[in-house]
Design a protein around this ligand. Sequence first.
Ligand SMILES: Nc1ncnc2c1ncn2[C@@H]1O[C@H](COP(=O)(O)OP(=O)(O)OP(=O)(O)O)[C@@H](O)[C@H]1O
Ligand SMILES: [Mg+2]
Length: 350
Amino acid sequence: MASRLLSIDEIIQATGLEESVLRFYESEYPKKLPKKILRGDLLLFPSHSVQAFQKLHTEVTSGRTVIEQEPQTFGRVIAITSGKGGVGKSNITLNLAIELQRLGKLCLVLDADMGLANIHLLAGVSPTYDLRDLLSGKACMSDLIMPGPEGIGIIAGGSGILAMADSKYEERRDIIRSLAEVEEEADIILVDTGAGLGSGVRDFLTTADEVLFVLTPDITSLTDAYGLLKVMHQEDMPSRPLYSVVNMVHTLKQAAEVAVRFSSCAENFLGLDVKNIGYILRDSAVGAAIAHRSPYTVYKPMARASCNTRNIAKDLVKNEHPELATTSAFNRFRKMIKTQKTIEMRMKTA
Ligand SMILES: Nc1ncnc2c1ncn2[C@@H]1O[C@H](COP(=O)(O)OP(=O)(O)OP(=O)(O)O)[C@@H](O)[C@H]1O
Ligand SMILES: [Mg+2]
């Protein structure tokens, strides 16, 4: 089922409940209902709110107490990365988010590419604010989330992320706190980290719940991705699910060869398990969609690249890790920068 954001009127229609009843449930049992999402000026309901309201109504009217609270869960933060640039990360991040949203997952894309932040261009939206405005106090986090195709949210980080890397501890802490709030609202947050291991981006990579490497049949894409993985490993990266996707392949055989080479290097030399979750064929629909300022899964939903991306989205949904949902990746990030600050202070006073 495609996930949509619903207005209060649509919720009234779908549940058959009066607005006053819905409002009462919202104020009395907020933990029992999905969080509303801000899109533009409107607070909208995720589509699974309909079932949540109906379930709650049945519980309340049948006299069952509704005190037990569900444990807080956080969205999956998946960093999309590569060793080498130009392998298709930004396109994959955006289109994967669209396909995940179509599978019923509320998705947010955080554009953390310092070099060329272009997710908004690929999505055909113009950001009013980015993270720099959050730093300067001109905007709050909800102002930053732009509505994108299929209802995904897009946060234009861009050079704001660079500003963040250079910013004061207190400022970084505020940004991360805001991101942690967003994490409670989305099912999945895809972070386009840019290529390589620049400062700032590196923090996202080490704190994400899961990391997805984009490879291509180009040999340097493989060696550079392995180099990146090695550095992450040497930097005491906590163990977490690692995935690969092979992009711009001509055949399935070629995709399998690249994926196996990467996984076996990771396993044999670093003892890491990298799971391949799919491939995307080289497809002229990708370039054509970019020229139309439209994501390829929207411009040509039945193109080969779109079908391949859909399969990757399905695989990601199959590979859910409920244990990761109980802690916040961005809060871990916050703790990490706090530790860094303590170390910096100790070094200064030593
Ligand atoms: N499956 C594909 N078939 C054909 N062309 C593709 C495919 N995937 C990506 N491309 C092309 O590759 C180019 C780079 O894509 P993209 O900008 O998504 O890469 P990137 O890894 O984000 O780059 P950067 O490292 O510069 O941020 C684009 O011009 C796009 O058209
Ligand atoms: Mg990019």
